[in-house]
Design a protein around this ligand. Structure first.
Ligand code: NAD
Ligand code: 6OD
Length: 486
């Protein structure tokens, strides 16, 4: 059993109140750890340590020194790869085969990519004509925003936390991270790495706990926090936005999605099936960019559905360590209850269950885990709740369409606007349709193909702001204009 403590000012500390909560493994629901729950005192200590560190040795580092330090952090994560992998898979139940390709390498790459991008970003300059003919020079100068609160979710714990900590530190800020209550392990482990690499105390802090009336709320409402970056549900984003309004703190919100996949009859069918399988079922469907609504042009509808069912039947459920396994449990019993409630609702709303729809029999040792069957539905109406609400599970609805105009309307008929995937061999159609998607990210003949230099974020209720590449600079730095009269 592991004890997860807060990481404040370079040291692991217990909650003064002694309050802890259980950490369970979703593979079999066994108790694997006790997590200390931060009260206002621990959050206050973490924020004050982060504030003080801005003025300490961290604040004196040159950009080159910071870049070198962040490379060291990435290298150390890679050196301790197996520990991170084991910790992440124990918390989430996801297969090693997935976490070793996605979660851990990206968890490290987030430090190097942003250190390099930001180190090589030019500043803006304008020469202004003045009446005396001598002119003036305007120079943009960026400074760190200050203390950044990072509120992270459980689906890709290390990846999505470092996706924010990487650019925050690259820009010279300090951070207080609140990982999800479901997945405390890799964020806690990162504290050790920071110390091993010589990152000064107070630069990276971690407080554990829940959202409302717990660490999340105490952190986002702390007056010394200068900006809040959040990934999670849209409703939580609304609560955080309200907290940030006090003191006019900046926010970056990466929230939910109900993403469409559009499969045109002129696609490469096998590519479309392979990509849609990943977008609906990888990480047990717990990816914000995942496809829960699939629209298929009528001439290939039957063939596409048949191939998807064949591929779903081949998914291999199993323990994280099983090299053959490519499908794990959901993150928790609580999330399973939510996903299963949608499985029941789909039937009540008139869906045909094409495959799945229930709980698999995993055998005596695993039956207490948060397992659900990968599921495909057809036959729902466009206003069904299952079509409109984010489920965040391994399931999708497949519906035929007859024209480009119709499918664009259907794809955009949602409160969300995170991502879309388009499958077609016609490049002009791909561009035409992509340009009309009301979404922050559109993939053509691919899905979750990431280039960290690009803008990432959602439209409509999927979020506010863009991170990635230099786009994060707007959030993670304060831009000052210096005007020099010549
Ligand atoms: P969640 O909103 O329940 O929790 C996210 C984090 O917010 C957790 O650390 C939680 O403790 C904290 N939190 C909850 N209430 C809070 C409050 N009032 N104040 C401060 N903190 C609070 O989300 P989740 O269930 O962990 O993650 C799944 C959701 O995240 C899905 O909706 C998914 O689409 C979304 N998501 C979005 C992206 C993206 O990039 N757009 C990426 C991953 C996940
Ligand atoms: O790849 C990323 O940078 C990113 N933010 C992915 C988000 C995945 C959502 O579950």
């Amino acid at each position: 059993m592991t004890e997860f403590k807060h990481f404040i000012n370079g040291e692991y500390v217990a909650s003064r109140s002694g309050k802890t909560f259980d950490n369970r493994c979703p593979v079999d629901n066994r108790l694997i750890g006790q997590v200390h729950e931060a009260g206002r005192d621990e959050v206050d200590a973490a924020v004050k340590a982060a504030k003080a560190a801005l003025k300490g040795p961290w604040g004196q580092l040159t950009q080159a020194q910071r870049t070198a330090l962040l490379h060291k952090v990435a290298d150390r994560i890679n050196e301790r790869f197996d520990e991170f992998l084991e910790a992440e898979c124990r918390d989430t139940g996801k297969p090693y085969s997935i976490a070793s390709h996605i979660d851990i390498p990206r968890g490290a790459a987030n430090f190097t990519a942003f250190a390099e991008t930001l180190a090589n970003h030019p500043t803006e300059g304008f020469r202004l004509d003045t009446p005396d003919g001598k002119g003036a020079l305007n120079v943009g100068h960026r400074t760190p925003k200050g203390v950044i609160a990072v509120i992270a979710p459980w689906n890709l714990p290390l990846l999505l936390m470092t996706w924010k900590v990487g650019p925050a530190l690259a820009c010279g800020n300090t951070v207080v991270v609140k990982p999800s209550e479901e997945t405390p392990a890799t964020t806690t482990l990162l504290g050790e790495v920071m110390n091993e690499c010589g990152v000064p105390p107070g630069v990276f802090n971690v407080v554990h706990g829940f959202g409302p009336d717990s660490a999340g709320e105490f952190l986002t409402s702390h007056p010394l926090v200068d900006a809040i970056t959040f990934t999670g549900e849209t409703r939580t984003g609304e609560a955080i936005m309200k907290a940030a309004a006090v003191g006019l703190r900046n926010i970056s919100l990466e929230c939910g999605g109900k993403n469409p996949g559009i499969v045109f009859a002129d696609c490469d069918l096998e590519k479309a099936v392979e990509g849609t399988m990943r977008s609906a079922f990888v990480n047990c469907g717990q990816v914000c960019l995942g496809t829960e609504r699939v629209y298929v042009e009528r001439p290939i509808f039957d063939a596409f559905l048949a191939r998807m069912k064949e591929e779903v039947a081949k998914l291999k459920l199993g323990r994280p360590q099983d090299p053959q396994a490519n499908f794990g449990p959901l993150v928790s019993q609580e999330h399973r209850d939510k996903v299963l409630s949608y499985y029941r609702l789909a039937v009540e709303e008139g869906a045909t269950v094409e495959i799945g729809g229930g709980i698999p029999d995993m055998g005596a040792e695993l039956n207490d885990g948060a397992w659900v069957e990968p599921t495909i539905w057809t036959g729902l109406s466009d206003d069904a709740r299952v079509i409109r609400e984010e489920i965040f599970g391994p399931c999708c609805h497949i519906r035929p369409f007859d024209s480009e105009e119709e499918v664009i309307r259907l794809a955009n008929d949602t409160d969300y606007g995170l991502a879309a995937a388009i499958w077609t061999e016609s490049s002009s159609r791909a561009v035409r349709v992509a340009e009309q998607m009301e979404a922050g990210i559109v993939w053509v003949n691919s899905w979750f193909l990431r280039d960290l230099r690009t803008a990432f974020g959602g439209a409509k209720q999927s979020g506010i702001g863009r991170e990635g590449g230099v786009h994060g600079l707007e959030f993670y730095t304060e831009l000052k204009n210096i005007c020099i009269k010549l």
